[in-house]
Ligand binder design. Structure first.
Ligand code: NDP
Ligand code: GDR
Length: 320
């Protein structure tokens, strides 16, 4: 039975990846940081099948100890300060966790067992002010937030440990991926939750920022499959993962509201508060390399994703 360590197990992707690896017969060790309240909402259905251990990307010793104790053959680094607006308010923390945290984990691998296969959760935010359309593995980066800058460091240190120490270190440059388990502050979930609340008479409006920015949105459940596939190859590498299409925030609103028979124009209010100091206007992937080499194919379309999220929030709020 192979053992995998997942950092960021309590996050959206951690929960889907844990499900996938348990189904594949792995012993899954999930690293969670200490908190004063339970934070296992997304993985409560998995708690009998996985082991949760305490550790923190800011603490080198905790990472070394976990690798020594559990001897994983694969490590998936999904932990990060992942919310872009917070990265302007807490840039140093974002750098320490999202950038230097990657080095700490790679150092732990180098000292404990350099044969461990490593996955780094890199991001399309690295493309930022895009230098090429669509974006592929060779597209130059131009990050537009402290988060994007930190992810760029994480990406290059992963490539560097691959080249310096021959560690099997792969970087998945993933475009936005969403689900009913997405955090409520991200725009897709903010909209699906808001639509459900308005439909049920619990809210009157949704306040949003820039409606014109365009993203390449896919389903998180599909994207964790790509992470696993990257670690099953003969060689470590970097891959762009996305749907190869782009949609504006406005279009997400339009479909989500129309799904419950409403017109978004009557409920969406634009609020300066949600604009960013520097915006990423347009992201669209060229995932042809991942499709050819990894044989990765997404199963959920953009429209299916939007309606899945709205239906899920409606069901949750009706129950609650
Ligand atoms: P989430 O924000 O849902 O999850 C982030 C996870 O990181 C949480 O489990 C969080 O723990 C944990 N974490 C934060 N700080 C630390 C720390 N110091 N030590 C240990 N754990 C920590 O993110 P997603 O699941 O959406 O994303 C997973 C990864 O993929 C992230 O690295 C993100 O930046 C990256 N990414 C995401 C994309 C997306 O569209 N979702 C696209 C491209 C990249 P806690 O629950 O305690 O806060
Ligand atoms: P992003 O996701 O920044 O792309 O990062 P987010 O959903 O936060 O924003 C997407 C776009 O929507 C616009 N927007 C708003 N965003 C939020 N959060 N709230 C609003 O009210 C709002 N109104 C408009 C934003 O300006 C932006 O253009 C996500 C994260 O998961 C990162 O960790 C990951 O690396 C990238 O996706 C790929």
């Amino acid at each position: 039975m192979p053992t995998a360590l997942i950092t960021g197990i309590t996050g959206q992707d951690g929960s889907y990846l844990a499900e996938l690896l348990v189904k594949k017969g792995y012993r899954v060790i999930g690293m969670a940081r200490r908190s004063s309240t339970l934070n296992t909402e997304r993985i409560k259905h998995l708690l009998d099948d996985i082991t949760i251990v305490q550790g923190d990307l800011q603490d080198q010793g905790s990472l070394l100890a976990l690798l020594e104790e559990y001897k994983p053959s694969e490590v998936y680094n999904l932990a990060a300060q992942s919310f872009v607006p917070t990265s302007w308010n807490q840039p140093a923390l974002t750098g320490d966790v999202t950038a230097l945290g990657v080095t700490r984990l790679l150092e732990a691998i180098r000292f404990v067992d350099p044969k461990i296969r490593f996955y780094q959760a890199s991001s399309s935010e690295m493309f930022g002010k895009v230098q090429e359309v669509p974006q592929k593995e060779s597209t130059p980066f131009y990050p537009r937030s402290p988060y994007g800058v930190a992810k760029m460091y994480g990406h290059w240190i992963t490539v560097n440990y691959r080249e310096s120490f021959n560690i099997f270190a792969s970087s998945g440059i993933l475009f936005n991926h969403e689900s009913p388990r997405r955090g409520l502050e991200f725009v897709t979930r903010k909209i699906s939750d808001g639509v459900a609340r308005i439909k049920l008479g619990m809210a009157k409006e949704i306040r949003l920022g820039n409606l014109e920015s365009q993203r390449d949105w896919g389903f998180a459940g599909d994207y964790v499959e790509a992470m696993w596939l990257m670690l099953q190859q003969d060689h470590a590498d970097s891959y762009v993962i996305g749907m190869g299409e782009t949609h504006a925030v406005r279009e997400f609103c339009e479909i989500a509201f129309a799904h419950v028979g409403l017109d978004y124009k009557e409920y969406v209010v634009q609020d300066e508060k949600f604009y960013r100091p520097a915006e990423v206007d347009l992201l669209i992937s060229d995932p042809s390399r991942a499709r050819a080499v990894l044989k990765w194919e997404p199963s959920v379309s953009f429209r299916e994703l939007v309606t899945m999220m709205v239906d899920s929030d409606l069901a949750r709020l009706k129950k609650g």
